[in-house]
Design a protein around this ligand. Structure first.
Ligand code: GAL
Length: 337
């Protein structure tokens, strides 16, 4: 496999890795995926050429490592071990994506390990309680592996000085179409597909809608989901103009596909947030070439706001000095070959 480093301005570097049939590009700015090309079709949203200008300004968290807590936390507040913590309310009135000093805009240190059939990029960073107001400091690694089977694997390893919350995710947007078309033709498949509705405060309610039961099938076309007659689904789609919802799938395994490509996803996180980039008009920039539904995120994480919904049973709680590990992989396959 071939590796190339491109240095842009402000310490932003691109790490370009190629196998026989595809090319993937990462950056140290927010430990992001920038591009993933299969036969010239870039299947993720991003900007390789102007990465150093694009990413520091992009409000949609394109391809970023997000944390320490991936989703929203209601009113930016939570209780842990009897203490109440107040976080930044950067998505008024909620806390979102770890706040402005979260992982997505950090310049990560990194090293590259080249092995026979794969390349590993080991990104390192720290989070401190002074910076993001959660309890405890965290030392963390985000390890991206790319291999000859065209599988991109993300592993998170972390250790905290105090009991705290840790729920990192990657905010990659996929669009498997080779033309400019939106993602409404994409199909989500798994033996179990449960969608958690959002309540009035845009936070999930723990009463999922069983989409396999509603549709009578284990494959769901996003366009059909957007047009669904079922009132529970229709009101959710109208609410956010698409999807911005947590899902639970069978054993963390599912595929996203169009006519040509299948993306196989496997995760050990309990939920996945699927967001269809529903409104792009807020970003006033000539670099904003994106329209609604230009991409669909597959953000593997635990339930947004789980700490307030589930208290001490929240999956996102990690104990002091106990190693944290999570893993997600995405494998792209051409249906024709
Ligand atoms: C999603 C979130 C959306 C939106 C987006 C960033 O994860 O659920 O509501 O904030 O990130 O543009």
């Amino acid at each position: 496999m071939n590796i190339n480093i491109e240095k842009q301005t402000n310490g932003i570097e691109l790490i370009k890795i190629e196998n026989a049939s595809s090319k993937i590009v990462f950056t140290n700015f927010g430990a992001r995926i920038v591009s993933w090309k299969i036969d010239d079709n870039n299947i993720v949203l991003g900007n390789e050429v102007e990465a150093d200008e694009f990413y520091p300004n992009n409000p949609f968290y394109f391809g970023a490592t997000v944390g320490r807590f991936g989703g929203r936390i209601e009113n930016g507040t939570f209780k842990l071990n009897g203490e109440t913590y107040q976080l930044e309310q950067n998505d008024v009135p909620h806390h979102l994506h770890g706040g402005k000093n979260g992982l997505s805009d950090k310049l990560f240190d990194y090293e590259i390990e080249e092995e026979a059939h794969r390349v590993r990029v080991i990104f390192r960073s720290q989070l401190t309680e002074e910076m993001d107001y959660y309890p405890g400091d965290i030392d963390l690694k985000v390890i991206f592996t790319y291999d000859e089977t065209s599988t991109w694997t993300i592993e998170y390893e972390a250790i905290a000085t105090k009991d705290t919350l840790f729920n990192p995710m990657n905010h990659v947007y996929f669009n498997l179409n080779s033309d400019n078309k939106v993602v409404d033709n994409h199909v989500l498949s798994s033996d179990k597909i449960q969608m958690f509705p959002l309540g009035d405060n845009n936070l999930p309610v723990l009463q999922p809608i069983d989409l396999v039961e509603v549709f009578g099938q284990t494959s769901i076309n996003l366009g059909e989901l957007f047009e669904a007659k079922d009132e529970r689904i229709a009101s959710q789609v109208t609410k956010v103009q698409g999807l911005d919802h947590p899902f639970e799938v069978d054993k963390g395994t599912f595929t996203l596909s169009n006519d040509i490509l299948t993306l196989h996803v496997q995760t050990d996180t309990p939920q996945v947030v699927i967001f269809t980039l529903n409104d792009t008009t807020g970003w006033k920039s000539p670099m904003n070439i994106y329209k609604a539904h230009s991409g669909v995120t597959i953000e593997t994480q635990s339930m947004p706001n789980d700490i307030n919904l589930l208290g001490e049973h929240a999956h996102s709680i990690i104990k002091a000095k106990q190693p944290f590990y999570a893993k997600t992989s995405y494998r792209i396959e051409n249906k024709m070959s």
